[in-house]
Design a protein around this ligand. Sequence first.
Ligand SMILES: Cc1cc2nc3c(=O)[nH]c(=O)nc-3n(C[C@H](O)[C@H](O)[C@H](O)COP(=O)(O)OP(=O)(O)OC[C@H]3O[C@@H](n4cnc5c(N)ncnc54)[C@H](O)[C@@H]3O)c2cc1C
Length: 603
Amino acid sequence: MGFNVYNFCIQDSPRRAHSIAAQGGINAAKCYQNDGDSIYRLFYDTVKGGDYRAREANVYRLAEVSNNIIDQCVAQGVPFAREYGGMLANRSFGGAQVSRTFYAKGQTGQQLLLGAYSSLSCQVKAGKVKLYTRYEMEDVVIVDGRARGIIAKNLVTGKLERFSANAVVIATGGYGNTYFLSTNAMGCNCTAAVQCYRKGAYFANPSYVQIHPTCIPVHGDKQSKLTLMSESLRNDGRIWVPKNIEDAKALQAGTKQGWEIPEEDRDYYLERRYPAFGNLVPRDVASRAAKERCDKGFGVNNTGLAVFLDFSESINRLGLDVIMQRYGNLFEMYEEITDVFPGDVANEINGVKYYKPMMIYPAIHYTMGGIWVDYELQTSIPGLFAIGECNFSDHGANRLGASALMQGLADGYFVLPYTIQNYLADQSIWGKVSTDLPEFDAAEKAVDAELDRLLNIKGKRSVDSIHKELGHIMWEYVGMGRTTEGLKTGLKKMHELEKEFDENLFVPGTKEGLNIELDKAIHLRDFFTMGQLVAFDALSRNESCGGHFREEYQTEEGEAKRDDENYFYVGCWDYKGKGNEPELIKEPLEYEAIKVQTRNYKN
Ligand SMILES: Cc1cc2nc3c(=O)[nH]c(=O)nc-3n(C[C@H](O)[C@H](O)[C@H](O)COP(=O)(O)OP(=O)(O)OC[C@H]3O[C@@H](n4cnc5c(N)ncnc54)[C@H](O)[C@@H]3O)c2cc1C
């Protein structure tokens, strides 16, 4: 489009962004399955999936451009799975009763990223994009109230550098790693977003955090990462726990195995509770249902904190070959981590073969909250835009599977290229902004002072030991089930731990050259700000909706109880300084096309 772009990333190549982790697929309303899908239906499912807390107009635009994304990616050479006849294949994801998810085996994100990267490379060759790899944005520079550049740290030399621009776009991902253990890549951080927030960009709906139901359970306290088992597995895998508490106890004690429990003694609790959607209920619903069973003592695994995901029925029906074609790399990944191959037959009862089930449990996965943006994806700071997971835009209180890639690519390919021009239209009068301006000077000095501060604490605790403790606080008090009292305790504990961070952190080395511990310390400083923000938002929202579950607000059946009268708004937070409660600004939601009602996945 003729823009001259500086592109920054913390990895050695933008091709290695966290998006390569995306496994299951990307949604679009092409209706290739002739199953009644439409743009309206994708729009409706997404709004309903988000528990009626997304902006209606944004979601409609997202559904409208979804089909263009698939065409764009195919043109870039993305090898989507195809039917025998050549049509692009689809599978189902949660919260939808149609098959609209396009996929490339279990590597959809990687293939989409390779497509995007080849297009980016063309622009690099054309001289329109200059790549800065292994650079981390540490601050946004505001001149006369507008974003005019950034301060970035060269992660290899340690040097701080100034870059000016007519506009700044952040696409820096989510804040799931605030919880320490998550399915996100280890390098994912929220430093850029939090720094923009500190500089005046509102942060919207931080309490909407997604807990994914199908992850490999935590297996010890030395772990630093959790592994997702894609939601696509719920197309053919059935989730269950034992019906009888004695069986659950025997499984926990290791005296019985899952495949020894016959069909009639299994509780396929999602199919029982939600007959219309069964195993394909949205993630928030599936996660809570797993927690409910485990809390009641029916969990499996030696910890009692797991449920089974079982492929016996589908392998018996379709054969292992078909299942391996669909999920081969996921089965192999599961085997590599747990030493159990879910395609191994383990028992036969009354002529029915039973295969070794996977064990899964909910884990932090995605963040629906993010930097507030308007319809043009501009933040509350003019000239600063936010796209992809780091903004809050389209998923409301809960994101449906395969919709993050759809939204990220919609933002980047089909929304921002047009809306940013509205901002840039009157910017030519500015010419090139000088990096010698006092604002750049002040921003660079402030970042430098922070690096010195962290290095000079010279305490006794490593970054990871404090981060792990923060993660425990987040999971315990700001996790899957939240209460007023718990959130207040969590905030107090976070406050104390942040003090410990400020007084007892140890960062080895110097700021010159590569210093990964120093980089992690900066990230942790910002996870503290983020964790408190999540808790403030959760405390202020006296209702349950989507990924935000306040135990005080639930129906008799344990479903989320919304309060549309008082909380039908986007909660935008304005930073008021370290240690101070930020100010809540409410953006009322307006629905014209969709009737706001209680979510129902039962019938
Ligand atoms: C295991 C897993 C599986 C998933 N599967 C699916 C799926 O099947 N379908 C789906 O739709 N979604 C899926 N998701 C969600 C989806 O992958 C993410 O939401 C999406 O990829 C985020 O893309 P993004 O471009 O916004 O951010 P990212 O891919 O995280 O990219 C962030 C970029 O910002 C750069 N960056 C970060 N901080 C800085 C900084 N301070 N300075 C400079 N650069 C910085 C990084 O280098 C990186 O290039 C999955 C997520 C996980 C964790």
